[in-house]
Write a protein that binds this ligand. Structure first.
Ligand SMILES: Cc1cc2nc3c(=O)[nH]c(=O)nc-3n(C[C@H](O)[C@H](O)[C@H](O)COP(=O)(O)O)c2cc1C
Length: 217
């Protein structure tokens, strides 16, 4: 490939900050996630709550995008979006999805797989009404994932909805709300020297317990 920037060809980072052992991790992956998220927030990592959501179309074509995690606990991970977007279209046909977090400052990656369901109306209302006014107007104005003629088309929609809802009293659109990914698989990745990283996975068993294993890097 002729056009690659040669400077990235030899760009390497040797990970050396910490290690992860299957005998020392929490028995419950939700607890391990909570511990790592607390540490990421404490370390003031930029956008620690940002994660990649991967979905798959009916024809098996994958797609991925960054979203904000807004709630977590008990192996549930919630995010909010437009119910008519590409991701929502894919989730309505295939509930299987994957979340990926990458925290370079801690040399950590977390991968969480599971089944996605719509969040409750109450939770969607509660999050929507907590948002600033301009975000609420944004939710009404953006036909997310649809083709726009130009920027003006979007700006005009914002102007229209600003006029329609001039006060803080903006209702939640029924095409906007939350989803919850119910996790059945986690991988906690801690970077180690010479690419010999630690990878500890948790797999949900039929009885509801979690099996802990180590994967080769
Ligand atoms: C840091 C970051 C956070 C984002 N958070 C959200 C979010 O919480 N909800 C959302 O719908 N889109 C969010 N986006 C935009 C999405 O990445 C994406 O462009 C949008 O949801 C449309 O995706 P889709 O066409 O695949 O459905 C975020 C993007 C970035 C870079």
């Amino acid at each position: 490939m002729e056009q690659s920037d040669k400077s990235i060809y030899n760009l390497r980072h040797d990970f050396s900050m910490a290690s992860l052992d299957e005998k020392e991790v929490h028995l419950l992956p939700a607890m391990q996630f909570g511990l790592w998220m607390d540490q990421a927030l404490e370390a003031k990592i930029g956008e620690a709550q940002a994660m990649v959501l991967s979905t798959v179309s009916t024809s098996g074509k994958p797609s991925a995008r960054v979203l904000y995690l807004r709630e977590y606990g008990d192996n549930n991970f919630a995010f909010f979006t437009n119910y008519q977007s590409r991701k929502s279209e894919e989730l309505s046909n295939n509930q299987q999805a994957c979340l990926t977090f990458f925290w370079p400052e801690l040399e950590r990656q977390i991968r969480i797989e599971g089944i996605v369901e719509k969040h409750s109306k109450e939770a969607s209302d509660s999050y929507f009404y907590s948002r600033p006014h301009h975000s609420k107007i944004g939710a009404w104005s953006s036909p997310q994932s649809k083709i726009l003629k130009n920027r003006k088309e979007l700006d005009d929609l914002v102007t229209d909805f600003d006029k329609k809802y001039p006060t803080e009293d903006v209702p939640r659109p029924d095409f906007w709300g939350g989803y919850v990914l119910k996790a059945n698989y986690y991988e906690f990745w801690q970077g180690r020297a010479s690419r010999l990283h630690d990878r500890i996975v948790y797999t949900l068993q039929n009885g509801g317990s979690w099996k802990i294993e180590r994967l080769a890097p």
